[in-house]
Design a protein around this ligand. Sequence first.
Ligand SMILES: NC(=O)c1ccc[n+]([C@@H]2O[C@H](COP(=O)([O-])OP(=O)(O)OC[C@H]3O[C@@H](n4cnc5c(N)ncnc54)[C@H](OP(=O)(O)O)[C@@H]3O)[C@@H](O)[C@H]2O)c1
Length: 293
Amino acid sequence: MAETILVTGATGTLGSEVVRQLSNSTDVNIKAAARSVEKIKNLESDKVKAVSMDYNKPENLKEALKNVDKLFLLTPDVPTAHELASNLVNEAKKAGVKYIVKQSVMGADEDADVGTMRLHRRAEKIIEESGIPYTFLRPNEFMQNFINFHGHSIKNNNVFYIPAQEAKVSIVDVRDIAAVAVKALTDINGNVIHKNKAHLITGPEAISYYQAADILTTETGKKIDYVSISDEDARGGMKEMGMNDWLINTILELYNYYRKGYASYVSSAVEEVTGRKPITFAKFAKDYAETFR
Ligand SMILES: NC(=O)c1ccc[n+]([C@@H]2O[C@H](COP(=O)([O-])OP(=O)(O)OC[C@H]3O[C@@H](n4cnc5c(N)ncnc54)[C@H](OP(=O)(O)O)[C@@H]3O)[C@@H](O)[C@H]2O)c1
């Protein structure tokens, strides 16, 4: 019988891609969940059903988890992320969920210097303690951040500003993270490489933001510059964008982590799990060139 997989964060960057790729698998029914269900309607099909779900509403979680076999768990970057995950894991346990694939982050650790890394590790531990088998996805920075966070500035002013100096980062395409997630959710034969394991997911190489700007220039046909700014200027810019202090602080901690060179590690996870090489930044820039022009 077809399994039912609940994909949370389905309106977001990664969750929507997981739903799209999972739809190509045979023998699965997909529940695509987030609070704003009308935003998921475009993903609906014979296989995909949109469900409204809020981590802060237990009765809502119970309904969404009915008849669910496996769960893709994604939490937003908020200071209570581990509590949101805990609410969902508790209900998943009661509902008899048999497997959890959790979106985490590279560097997840209780003693990490970066707030989101500490919170993700706390949430991972909650899953470990639940006894439900799991796979943790620990990706490096998304290539799609160039669209979501810098796209407006690149499109309108041909420049992006990041306080990363010369740091090299093995940025990864969200399509590759989703591909690993789908394998972990569906590949029964490959269970040993997924079950109760963490996949550290990176792109094929570590590049600096200067190199990223050169690649964007080549693929879009217009000159795009990277300007390394101070933390103070970055804070001012993020405040103007309406970000809260907690998120600004955690992003600045992350860039400090990058400047120390910690995000330059290149892993083989994408190829090991999917059997193909991870997407290069040049391919990403080519595929999304229109977004930046
Ligand atoms: N960006 C990166 O470079 C990067 C790198 C590594 C790891 N990560 C991790 O990846 C995750 C973010 O992924 P993303 O960028 O794909 O997310 P995203 O686009 O920001 O989307 C967040 C999703 O969470 C849902 N959501 C928010 N609050 C909710 C609530 N209370 N109840 C139910 N659903 C809720 C949102 O939908 P609604 O608003 O409709 O509810 C949305 O679908 C974070 O955990 C982050 O730490 C990010």
